[in-house]
Design a protein around this ligand. Structure first.
Ligand code: MEV
Length: 311
């Protein structure tokens, strides 16, 4: 019988999609940023018997976890298969500072943190490809048809540009500007939003394809604004992107309201971020004083949390 208890930690962070959510699922370009202000930590420790989970949502044997944690069940099984270890004799304790289902990457980040902690617990080196492949197991259940953007960004230290053709490349940011991230406090519905666009595409192909292509072009053009430090143009592109995301039915009244509050308080641009239908918005501004003013206005206007992100 094992007497020495060992444990290992894995950490991943949140993500902000600057441009290209949803259209990225159809191979269009996208830009996403690591959001290190919010993290998830998974701690794997020895615990005899069946695998247990200790999280804000569920405490107990993994097998008895609710359907909403099916992604984690599949993930833990996949990791153990890969490592050739039995699915038993450990506990995973999850501590999350990423508000869940708000478009900030919590589902990809929890998967990433678990994979990292299990590999560390079993003293096995983890390659980036393995990490992404395993996160994808959880994300396929959580999101349906993941582009891989969340998996990359929640486990990477640099901003990521996704180029059509399945290539992710780190990009350098050279912009003097701030993003304000604001949470509507309403749980987002990424899976429903992703499948809603698929239905829209089936029923109204021309309309939907046009909006998807426009979003892709805006993401591509935004990359240039980041390199050329053109925050005014980036703000304009963000407004256009929100317009097309609305056309794809992934915004809602709470998101539109926070976008309006941002613009009324001097933001250069604002849009929803992530899966939409609840979740968060981002607003752009040139300096920290303006960012503080906008963050305060957003909180007065109903945002449950705000963060300021220096680009
Ligand atoms: C969700 O954070 C981002 C989406 O584009 C889905 C995906 O990329 O898999 C909506």
């Amino acid at each position: 019988m094992q007497t020495v208890s060992k444990s290992a930690t894995g950490v991943s962070h949140g993500k902000i999609i600057l441009m290209g959510e949803h259209s990225v699922v159809y191979g269009e370009p996208a830009i996403a940023l690591p959001f290190k202000a919010v993290t998830i930590e998974a701690l794997t420790s020895y615990s005899q018997g069946e695998v247990t989970i200790n999280s804000a949502y569920f405490v107990g044997p993994l097998q008895n976890a609710p359907q909403s944690l099916d992604n984690l069940k599949a993930l833990v099984k996949a990791v153990c298969e890969k490592l050739d270890k039995p699915v038993m004799d450990f506990d995973i304790t999850i501590k999350s500072l990423i508000p869940s289902e708000r478009g900030l990457g919590s589902s990809a980040a929890v998967s990433g943190a678990i994979v990292r902690s299990l590999y560390a617990y079993f003293d096995t080196e983890l390659t980036n490809d393995e990490l992404l492949e395993l996160i994808d197991v959880g994300e396929s259940i959580a999101h349906g048809n993941p582009s891989g953007l969340d998996a990359w960004t929640t486990s990477s230290n640099s901003p990521i540009y996704y180029q059509a053709g399945d290539r992710f490349e780190p990009i350098e940011l050279a912009m003097d500007a701030y993003l304000i991230v604001a949470d509507t406090g309403i749980k987002g519905e990424t899976k429903a939003a992703v499948s809603g666009i698929q239905k829209l595409l089936n029923n109204f192909p021309e309309y939907t394809e046009k909006a998807i292509k426009k979003l892709g072009k805006l993401a591509n053009d935004s990359k240039t604004t980041l390199i050329e430090n053109d925050s005014k143009m980036l703000g304009h592109y963000m407004n256009r992107a929100h317009y097309y995301l609305r056309k794809l039915n992934v915004s809602d009244r709470a998101l539109d309201h926070l976008v309006d509050v941002s613009l009324a308080n001097g933001a250069l641009g604002a849009k929803l971020t992530g899966g939409g239908r609840g979740g968060c918005i981002i607003a752009l501004t040139e300096n920290l004083d303006d960012a503080n003013v906008i963050a305060k206005a957003l909180e007065d206007g109903g945002a449950t949390s705000t963060w300021i992100y220096n680009l």
